[in-house]
Design a protein around this ligand. Structure first.
Ligand code: CS2
Length: 480
C-alpha cells in the first residue's frame, strides 16, 4: 500500500467498562459508526460504557469470533491518501438469543447498569407501515402470541422493558441509528403501540420512563468484500478479522438531546447534540441517500457496479449533483451555518472515493422501504410547488424497471416486498406495470397514489428508460 497509515487505539482501561449499552443489529455500520463515537468519547472524557453486541438473526458466527478476539476489532477508514487503522475496544460482551437463550438478552435489558439500547436494525426492523406498527407483520403477530419469547427487535425491547419495570428499575434510552426521518419517534410509536397491544400499564410506564431521541447518522460503510478483507489482513499482521470493516474517513452524527438516564460521551466523541434533528435528517436522507438510490437504480441498469464508477461517468456525476441541488435542495428548510452547495460538493467527493467499493446492488437492497424518505417526500413538495423533478421521476421509474429486469432474469430482490413486486412484474408490462406498482398502499401514501401529475411523470420516465436506455434517459434531462 502506498498510503499513509495512521494507527488509533482505545486509550481507556477495558476492564473498567460495564455493560451499559446494548446494541441490537451489530453489523458493519454499527461497528464503524456509533462504536467509533463512543470510543473517541471515552478516550477524551472517560466513562464506563461497555457495549453488549447483539444480533437477532444472522451474524452469530461473527459474534462468537468477537468473543474469541477479546471483543476488539479493526476498522480501516480509507481514502486515496490515508488509511486510519482503528482498533475498537468498547465491546465487552456479545449476545445472540439462539446461542445464549432469549432470557439472557431480556435480563441484560433489565440489568441495573443498562442505560441505552441502540439500534441499527434497518428500515424493516421497525415493523411499521405508513408510520404505524404493522399488526399484520408476521414477526409482530408471532411475538404478540408469545410475548415472553420475542423474535423481533420491537418485541425484545418491550419484554426487556417489562422485566425492567417488574424489577423496579429506572427507565433507559432507546437510540435509533437507522436512516429514517424522525427515527426516534418511529421507534417510540412502534414500541408503544406494541406495548399497548400487550398491556396498557406497561405502555404507560414506557411512555413515562423511556426516551427515544431521534438521530441523523452518516458514514458510508460498504459490505465487506475480498478487497476489504485483504486490506484488513495487511493491517492485522496477516490475520483475518471477522468483525473488521472498511469505511470512509467521514462520519457525522446529530443526536436529539433527550436521554432518560446517563448519556454516554458521544458528544465528546464528535457527535452534535441538538434540540431538533429533523432539518439535518431531511438534508441527509434526500441529498445523500436520495442520490444513492438514484445511482443504485439507474447506475445498475446502466451496468455500473459501484458508486465510485458512477462518479467516473460524467453523466451520472452531473446527475447526482443535479438531483441534490435542483430537485432535493428546494424541498429543504435552511439550516443555520450549513451551505447546501458545500454539502453537495462534499457528497460528490465522498461518492468518488476510489477506495470504497460501494456496490450499487447493495444500495438497491430494501428499496421499497427507502422510497418515501429518500425520493417521495421531495417529489410531493416539488409537485406542490410546481417545481420540475425529472431525475426523481427517473429514480422511481428506474426502481420499477429494476424490479422488471430482475423478474425477467428470474432473480430475487433483497427486499421484504420481493414476492409481491416480482409477481406484479411477471404479470404486467409497460404502463400497466407502472400503474400496478404505484398503487401499492404500503409504499405510496394515498395522496400520492391519487395524484395524476405523479402517475403521468413516472409512466413517462419509465417509457423513456425502456426506449432510450437508462444512461441516455438520464443524459437527456441534464442541464447544460
Ligand atoms: C445507503 C446508505 O445502502 C444504502 O441505502 O444509501 O447505507 C448510506 O451509505 C449511508 O446512509 C451513509 O450514511
Amino acid at each position: 500500500m502506498q498510503e499513509t497509515i495512521i494507527r488509533a487505539n482505545p486509550e481507556f482501561a477495558k476492564d473498567e467498562l460495564r455493560p451499559r449499552i446494548l446494541h441490537i443489529g451489530f453489523g458493519g455500520f454499527a461497528r464503524a459508526h456509533p462504536m467509533v463515537y463512543l470510543q473517541e468519547g471515552m478516550n477524551k472524557a472517560g466513562g464506563d460504557f461497555g457495549v453488549v453486541a447483539v444480533r437477532l438473526n444472522s451474524g452469530m458466527e461473527e459474534l462468537t469470533a468477537l468473543d474469541e478476539a477479546g471483543h476488539d476489532y479493526l476498522i480501516a477508514e480509507m481514502d486515496a491518501e490515508t488509511v486510519t487503522a482503528r482498533k475498537i475496544g468498547v465491546v465487552t460482551g456479545t449476545c445472540h438469543p439462539k446461542r445464549d437463550g432469549i432470557d439472557t438478552l431480556l435480563d441484560l435489558i433489565a440489568s441495573e447498569a443498562m442505560a441505552v439500547i441502540s439500534l441499527t436494525i434497518t428500515e424493516k426492523g421497525y415493523c411499521v407501515r405508513n408510520g404505524h406498527l404493522d399488526l399484520e407483520n408476521k414477526g409482530i403477530i408471532a411475538d404478540l402470541a408469545t410475548p415472553e419469547e420475542p423474535g423481533t427487535a420491537i418485541g425484545v425491547i418491550v419484554e426487556g422493558l417489562n422485566r425492567r419495570r417488574n424489577a423496579g428499575r429506572d427507565g433507559l434510552t432507546v437510540l435509533s441509528c437507522d436512516n429514517q426521518p424522525d427515527n426516534g419517534k418511529l421507534a417510540r410509536a412502534a414500541v408503544l403501540s406494541y406495548a399497548h397491544q400487550r398491556d396498557g400499564k406497561l405502555a404507560d410506564w414506557i411512555d413515562a420512563n423511556v426516551s427515544f431521541p431521534s438521530t441523523m447518522v452518516d458514514r458510508v460503510v460498504p459490505a465487506l468484500d475480498d478487497y476489504g478483507r485483504g486490506v484488513l489482513r495487511s493491517l492485522n499482521d496477516g490475520k483475518d478479522d471477522e468483525n473488521g470493516i472498511v469505511c470512509e474517513p467521514f462520519r457525522q452524527w446529530v443526536i436529539e438531546d433527550d436521554f432518560a438516564t446517563a448519556r454516554p460521551p458521544f458528544e465528546e466523541g464528535g457527535a452534535m447534540m441538538t434540540d431538533d434533528v429533523r432539518p439535518f435528517e431531511m438534508m441527509k436522507l434526500r441529498m445523500l441517500n436520495g442520490a444513492h438510490t438514484f445511482l443504485a437504480m439507474l447506475g445498475s441498469l446502466a451496468g455500473l457496479e459501484t458508486v465510485s464508477a458512477c462518479m467516473e461517468d460524467d453523466v451520472f456525476r452531473r446527475a447526482a449533483r443535479q438531483i441534490m441541488m435542483d430537485e432535493q435542495r428546494p424541498t429543504l428548510p435552511e439550516i443555520e451555518g450549513v451551505s447546501f452547495e458545500e454539502y453537495a460538493d462534499a457528497l460528490i467527493e465522498r461518492f468518488a472515493n476510489p477506495k470504497l467499493k460501494h456496490r450499487t446492488a447493495q444500495i438497491a437492497w430494501d428499496t421499497s422501504q427507502k422510497l418515501p424518505q429518500r425520493l417521495l417526500h421531495g417529489i410531493e413538495i416539488n409537485i406542490r410547488n410546481n417545481h420540475p423533478w425529472p431525475l426523481l421521476a427517473l429514480a422511481v421509474a428506474g426502481w420499477i424497471r429494476f424490479v422488471k429486469v430482475t423478474s425477467e432474469k428470474g432473480g430475487k430482490l433483497t427486499d421484504p416486498l420481493s414476492e409481491e413486486l416480482l409477481a406484479e412484474a411477471k404479470a404486467y408490462d409497460g404502463d400497466q406495470l407502472v400503474d400496478r406498482i404505484l398503487s401499492n398502499e404500503s409504499i405510496f401514501e394515498e395522496d400520492l397514489r391519487r395524484e395524476p401529475a405523479f402517475r403521468s411523470a413516472i409512466t413517462g420516465a419509465y417509457r423513456y428508460i425502456v426506449e432510450k436506455g437508462p444512461r441516455a434517459a438520464v443524459e437527456a434531462v441534464l442541464k447544460a
